[in-house]
Write a protein that binds this ligand. Structure first.
Ligand code: ARG
Length: 597
């Protein structure tokens, strides 16, 4: 039942010739224009385009529009089709059902787009560049960096890579907890154990143990507790000796954090809570002068519509809180850093805090939601295989460095089990081991809906079957090896593509080509809601569709002796485009790829 309204819009120009096109977005544009030409009185029509089983894409705008116009949906559909401006993308359209418009992409357009990918790599869909300030990782000094911070680090790094690829200007900030009251007891403990810390760096090998010792004294020894309080006051008054002790402790912690970032390929700038001390002082005065603060049991609090719980801006002892620092911080990011998009990546447990300070920032006139985009990107808890909070056997929180070490060791075992060490050089083996270990940890996190809790399982993430980094990295090396086997290098494939667009013939070739071209739409979608798992699903889809293609289409033909008798260059081009797309996905996910594994 697909007749009527059939019409050809053959390619006439080459506006898409040098970048990848976000097809869904472009179609939406094309159809919005068509609707507005057909029905100029309709304001802001809803244009819904989706992938279709019958054609390539489907536009469902006619039904909703027919209701508004009190017309027959098929008639409306035909009117829309008639008014679609000719362009290079659409081969033909027809109607089915009550008024669905089926859209078939032009083959020439697909061939051109695939050829572009081969020549220019994956290029970003057009976006308006923004100044993005992204706050992620953000562990607390002297306390351990735990798996929650690992999630924030992995998600934040990947979002940063996504937005950078799209052309945004990123400021990646590590909002370290480096200014809390814990520094009082840490400095007091430092004075007792390393009295000459002002001149010699204290050799603290285990800062967390040091933290625990000082905490114990703080809880048990009244005198010590008093000294700890005095130390905080002196620190916040910038007494040089106390500042020195604070710096020493921060340095030890940051050096530890840096090791994790280096191993995971994370780029981030330290800008802890201490950075905002003077800004907090100024802000508190401002808020107080403007009459936003209320007395409550010796504290100064701030209410706002929609805040739920009020913020504690000044404690009864005069100190500032996490609330105060986030108020000063958002002011800095909007006013000084000129951020027009702020992103915070933290566990979902902080949702209330974010809701409150954002509402108060609106009330104080610091933040205007219609000018600045703010996203609190939340994630669930990491669980162990027993579905309880992720802990070591002895019940301690898992240290990140240990976790990464275990990942390396497990990855090594897995690769040896597959006898990879017999085929790879020692350097290649180490590269593969690292890529698989860190890639798996990242991918396991990113491929789940981040808002849910997720179960951390080395066994599962290192499985070489299914939707895992281990499988996908391996699949990519296989694709890369096809051209290698044929003795054709990338330059030759690119040169071929430059000569003339790729020819596609087999049904599975077309399917793979269409799948490759979906990437820009996936990127647009994940930029809307900042959920990364659809990108992982897409990456997995590409590799599955590639397998289908490869099982059905010879790229290289050999005779009985194993000698290559025929190379299908267009299929090698398709392999190249597939590899480009997969590599781009890995790059955005922050996963290192390897040539061999
Ligand atoms: N340090 C906090 C934590 O460990 C995260 C900070 C997030 N950033 C912010 N601006 N509040 O939970």
């Amino acid at each position: 039942a697909s007749m009527g309204g059939e019409r050809s819009t053959k390619p006439q120009d080459d506006i898409f010739s040098d970048h990848m096109c976000n097809i869904l977005g472009q179609l939406e544009d094309i159809f919005r224009k068509a609707v507005l030409v057909a029905y100029p009185d309709v304001s802001d029509p809803v244009i819904q385009i989706q992938l279709s089983k019958h054609a390539d894409y489907q536009c469902n705008a006619a039904m909703a529009l027919a209701k508004i116009l009190k017309k027959n949906p098929r008639e409306v559909g035909e009117m829309i089709v008639k008014n679609v401006a000719p362009g290079p993308m659409i081969e033909k359209m027809d109607m089915s059902g009550p008024g669905f418009i089926n859209i078939v992409l032009s083959q020439e357009f697909i061939r051109q787009q695939i050829t572009n990918v081969i020549m220019n790599g994956v290029t970003p869909p057009p976006v308006t560049p923004k100044r993005v300030v992204i706050d992620f990782s953000s562990p607390n000094i002297a306390k351990e960096m735990h798996v929650g911070h690992l999630r924030s680090t992995i998600i934040g790094e990947s979002l940063s890579r996504l937005l950078e690829f799209l052309g945004h200007d990123l400021l990646r900030l590590n909002h370290l907890g480096d200014w809390g009251t814990q520094f009082g007891m840490l400095i007091a403990h430092l004075q007792d154990n390393f009295p000459d810390f002002a001149t010699k760096s204290p050799p603290i090998a285990d800062l967390q143990a040091f933290y625990r010792e000082s905490k114990k004294r703080f809880d048990e020894d009244g005198d010590f507790k008093k000294r700890a309080y005095e130390a905080v006051v002196k620190l916040q008054a910038h007494d040089p000796v106390h500042i020195k002790g604070w710096e020493e402790i921060c340095t030890i912690s940051k050096t530890e954090f840096q090791k994790v970032y280096e191993r995971l390929g994370v780029r981030i700038i330290d800008r802890g809570e201490s950075f905002y001390q003077s800004r907090m002082e100024a802000l508190v005065k401002e808020l107080d002068d403007a009459g936003f603060l209320e007395e409550d049991d010796g504290r100064k609090v701030m209410f706002a519509d929609g805040a739920g719980i009020p913020l504690t801006i000044v404690k009864s002892d005069g100190g500032f809180t996490y609330d105060t620092s986030d108020m000063a911080c958002i002011k800095n990011r909007i006013e000084e850093e000129k951020g027009d998009w702020l992103i915070y990546v933290t566990d979902a447990g902080q949702a209330q805090h974010f809701k409150s300070f954002l509402a108060c920032a609106v009330r104080a006139g610091i933040y205007n939601p219609s000018v600045t985009r703010v996203d609190h990107v939340t994630f669930g808890v990491v669980l162990g295989e027993d579905k309880k909070k992720f802990k070591t056997r002895s019940g301690d929180t898992v240290r990140l460095v240990q976790l990464l070490d275990e990942g390396l060791q497990r990855s090594e075992e897995k690769l040896k089990e597959k006898e990879r060490h017999k085929e790879l050089t020692p350097e290649e083996f180490v590269k593969a081991r690292d890529a698989v270990a860190y890639g798996c940890i990242k991918y396991a996190d990113l491929c789940h809906d981040r808002s849910r809790d997720y179960i951390f399982s080395f066994d599962r993430m290192l499985d070489f079957r299914g939707n895992t980094a281990a499988y996908l990295l391996y699949a990519l090396t296989r694709i890369r090896s096809i051209a290698r086997t044929a003795g054709v290098n990338r330059e030759e494939i690119v040169a071929e593509a430059k000569k003339k667009p790729i020819e596609l013939d087999h049904e599975k070739e077309w399917k793979l080509a269409r799948t490759i071209l979906k990437l820009p739409d996936v990127l647009v979608r994940i930029t809307d809601d900042l959920y990364l798992h659809p990108l992982c699903e897409y990456l997995y889809e590409v590799s599955t569709v590639f397998t289908e293609f490869y099982d059905n289409c010879y790229c290289i033909e050999k005779d009985e002796t194993g000698k290559i008798v025929k190379i299908n260059h267009c299929r090698l081009m398709l392999c190249e485009a597939t590899a480009q797309v997969m590599e781009k996905c890995f790059a955005i996910l922050g996963i290192e790829t390897v040539d061999k594994m």
